[in-house]
Design a protein around this ligand. Structure first.
Ligand SMILES: NC(=O)c1ccc[n+]([C@@H]2O[C@H](COP(=O)([O-])OP(=O)(O)OC[C@H]3O[C@@H](n4cnc5c(N)ncnc54)[C@H](O)[C@@H]3O)[C@@H](O)[C@H]2O)c1
Length: 441
């Protein structure tokens, strides 16, 4: 049965904490696409198709014609940053996009000025800015964020908002008592509890007023019982963590293939160099730890060594990130994969990916924002596991192992869209109509 989905009427405000390389590449890209001077490559919502019905029916509509998504022309952007640069200046600084493209959308980008950030340097030691809110308690900071959102919505005449965290990776923290319920969390906000990170304050503010929240960094952020409870209470979708780009994207493409053919893996060494501000932040060990935990979780979940000890029980997995300024946003990664096959004979795979981090991340921001808005209009609240496709460290309900295999993630995403629209789910069995075809020959 088709779910009831509110139409995407009016303007959608995409609000972004952290107007750095990813966010500015995303915003400039959307503005350029709106003007018809570039294509939204890498975005499933803009360029992907979805099969409906049997293979014999040849029905493959574009995703954005199949589900009611917000149109790019109806999007407005806003955000917060601890630096005062407008989006044009920040994009110049990030050095991801070429000058001619940036010039063509200069006016639109210059008009987006960051609101004052909720920032705490103890969470991102390598940054130091001035565009920061001052208040006596974290609770007051959350209320100021709510006021920012309400003001933005009014001034820009938006009917809906979504928030996507594109801020820096915060230092590693673990879940503790203050994160356990809305009650303890709100008390913690009033008591200025050290273990409430700035990203959690943004997530709290968004969820409190029913604004969907997606987390593009590996921080804990909304992956805590208090904010899951709040999301349910206010009927708001959440998802996270950590945009799946670059090396991890490659891992979740290659590893399911090796696993599918029952090939063994004895070691997977991943190293990379990058020189953008993200790399500078991750140069701090406390911040790198957050990223490392996110990146390391992927292979175990795909190979499941406990089920296949002979193939994966001794696998050694190492991930390094090296800050190397000359490369800027153009990351280079190397993977050495030691595998073994028939009778245990060893082989090696080398992957050398010269990628562009923000170019891979920008379409993810767009898709997450549009799908989170769709989920809200379809009255889907809480953790949106079907968006794991976009994330390195997918948020799941407690006790549920995340799915990292990108192909299974895609099937789940597509089946969720089919389910929303009341179409048959596709199992790829095909036996029913295969027999029909044979009989008709
Ligand atoms: N680019 C990718 O491929 C990729 C992939 C996965 C995750 N990420 C994550 O996305 C995030 C953004 O990456 P980036 O390359 O744009 O980094 P960036 O350093 O260029 O931008 C981050 C911005 O966030 C701002 N910021 C930090 N704390 C803030 C706060 N509390 N409030 C408001 N602004 C804040 C910083 O000033 C900076 O401008 C990082 O956490 C990164 O780890 C990026």
């Amino acid at each position: 049965m088709k779910q009831h989905i509110q139409p995407a009427e009016g303007k959608l405000g995409i609000l972004i904490p952290g107007l750095g390389a990813v966010a500015t590449t995303f915003i400039a890209g959307v503005e350029a696409v709106k003007k018809g001077i570039a294509k939204p490559i890498g975005s499933l919502t803009q360029m992907g198709n979805i099969r409906i019905g049997k293979r014999t029916e040849n029905r493959n509509p574009a995703i954005n014609e199949f589900v009611p998504l917000a149109q790019l022309n109806d999007i407005v952007f806003g955000g917060w940053d601890l630096y005062e640069d407008n989006v044009y200046e920040s994009a110049l600084n990030a050095k991801v996009l070429e000058l001619p493209l940036l010039h063509s959308v200069k006016e639109e980008l210059e008009s987006i000025k960051p609101m004052k950030a909720v920032f705490d340097q103890s969470y991102v030691a390598n940054l130091d800015g001035v565009n920061i809110k001052k208040a006596a308690t974290k609770y007051e900071l959350a209320m100021e964020l709510i006021a920012d959102m309400e003001q933005f919505k009014l001034v820009n005449n938006c009917s809906r908002l979504v928030m996507v965290w594109c801020g820096s990776t915060e230092k590693y923290i673990e879940q503790t008592a203050v994160h356990n319920s809305v009650k303890s969390f709100e008390q913690g906000l009033k008591d200025n509890d050290d273990l409430i990170a700035p990203s959690m304050i943004y997530a709290y503010a968004a969820l409190k007023i029913g604004v969907p929240f997606a987390n593009g960094a590996p921080n804990l952020t909304c992956d805590i019982p208090a904010l899951i409870e709040l999301a349910k209470e206010t009927h708001t979708p959440i998802c996270g963590k950590d945009f799946k780009t670059g090396q991890t994207l490659m891992k979740t493409i290659v590893a399911p293939g090796l696993h599918a053919r029952a090939l063994g893996v004895s070691g997977w060494f991943s190293t990379n160099i990058l020189g953008n501000r993200d790399g500078y932040v991750l140069d701090n060990p406390a911040n790198f730890k957050t990223k490392e935990v996110s990146k390391l979780s992927v292979l175990d979940e795909i190979f499941k060594p406990e089920l296949n000890p002979e193939l994966y029980g001794d696998m050694y997995h190492k991930v390094r990130i090296n800050y190397y300024p000359p490369r800027g946003d153009n990351k280079e990664s190397w993977d050495n994969i030691d595998i073994f096959g028939w009778l245990g004979y060893p082989m090696q795979i080398k992957i050398n990916f010269l990628c562009r981090d923000s170019i891979l991340a920008a379409p993810i921001v767009l898709d997450l924002a549009l799908f989170m808005d769709l989920a809200k209009r379809a009255e889907m609240s809480g953790i949106q596991e079907w968006l794991s496709f976009y994330l390195k460290s997918p948020q799941t309900l407690e006790g549920l192992p995340p799915e990292h295999d990108i192909f299974k993630q895609l099937i789940k995403l597509q089946n969720t869209l089919r389910h929303m629209m009341g179409e048959d789910l596709i199992t790829h069995l095909g036996l029913d109509y295969y027999q029909e075809l044979v009989d008709s020959m």
